[in-house]
Design a protein around this ligand. Structure first.
Ligand code: C2E
Ligand code: MG
Ligand code: MG
Ligand code: MG
Length: 289
């Protein structure tokens, strides 16, 4: 219901605005239910090492399996979750499921690679973040070295606070990756002080990499900087062979993008990226008689 400002207050609201508000409130109510009913699902996008084309990690990307609207992308609901505070519960469910799934894969003989999970700013700044993550790790059995947290430059504006949080996380063995790098406020002097393992070059610099010499210069500079600071570097949003060739030539060790794979359901990751184990192969042989 729309609040009215005095007697004729309702006249300030156009029909269209009312419809937008209505839709938003419905989506918020739906999201609340979705969190209770566990309608969120994780897709996983492989991260590929350029040298040998092995999958060296996956990024967990949340989707909402909406009963009426189908599979919704995070663009539709992450900002709503942030504005309504539901992001805390959402973030916890994502962290739990990503750790649970990766531990299950490890147990089943899948590749011993980490899972990267995106953190929202509110999550990053919640006072008991470190305790909550430790608890999720111990409940799911995943060891901390296989969890990578993706944060963005904008979350590090309060240098002292973020430095403390990052230190606690990395002292526990968790990896930190700087997402969408280059799009925010990047202070190179911060970067060298912070415990960061990996820099993710934002897709906006990759898109025209093969035709735009400015982008090529920026990408090359980020790669060199990461190397000098002893960080891993990964490029996001690789769609073409031309982009890949330039990145490999510039010594970018990892890439992630549609060129190798879109984000996949857990089952599709297993089918497309797990090398069948010898035991598994023998079982299949036996079964065939
Ligand atoms: P991000 O963390 O930068 O994730 C990369 C996005 O780029 C993903 O979109 C992915 O599907 C897309 N992408 C990957 N390769 C390519 C490519 O080659 N071409 C193009 N055009 N796109 C590519 P997605 O899954 O829609 O996620 C969008 C954003 O939503 C993410 O950007 C992240 O900021 C946020 N997000 C996703 N999952 C979560 C989550 O669990 N928690 C939070 N807080 N945010 C999330
Ligand atoms: Mg990310
Ligand atoms: Mg990103
Ligand atoms: Mg991005």
């Amino acid at each position: 219901e729309v609040k009215k400002n005095g007697k004729n207050g309702h006249q300030f609201y156009s029909v269209e605005l009312y419809a937008v508000l209505q839709e938003r409130m419905e989506l918020e109510a739906d999201l609340r239910k979705a969190l209770e009913r566990k309608e969120l699902v994780l897709y996983y996008q492989p991260q590929i090492r350029t040298g040998d084309v092995h999958m060296v990690g996956v990024e967990a990307l949340v989707r909402w399996n909406h009963p009426v609207r189908g599979l919704l992308s995070p663009d539709v609901f992450i900002s709503l979750a942030e504005e309504t505070g539901l992001i805390m519960e959402l973030g916890n469910q994502v962290l739990y499921e990503a750790c649970r799934q990766m531990h299950e894969w490890h147990q089943a003989g899948g590749p011993l690679v980490p899972v990267a999970v995106n953190l929202s700013s509110q999550q990053f700044h919640q006072p008991n973040l470190v305790e909550q993550i430790k608890q999720i790790l111990s409940e799911t059995g995943l060891s901390p070295q296989y969890l990578e947290l993706e944060i963005t430059e904008s979350m590090m504006m309060d240098a002292k606070l973020s430095f403390d949080i990052l230190n606690q996380l990395t002292e526990h063995g968790i990896r930190i990756s700087l997402d969408d790098f280059g799009t925010g406020y990047s202070s190179f002097s911060y970067l060298k002080m912070f415990p960061i393992h990996k820099v993710k070059i934002d897709r906006s610099f990759i898109q025209d990499l093969a035709v735009n010499s400015n982008d090529k210069a920026i990408v090359s500079t980020i790669i060199t900087m990461a190397r000098q600071l002893n960080m891993d570097v990964i490029a996001e949003g690789i769609e073409t062979r031309a982009q890949l060739d330039i990145l490999a030539e510039q010594d970018c060790n990892e890439v992630q993008g549609y060129f190798y794979s879109r984000p996949l359901s857990a089952i599709d990751v297993e089918q497309q990226f797990f090398v069948p184990s010898r035991a598994g192969a023998e079982l299949i042989e036996q079964h065939r008689g």
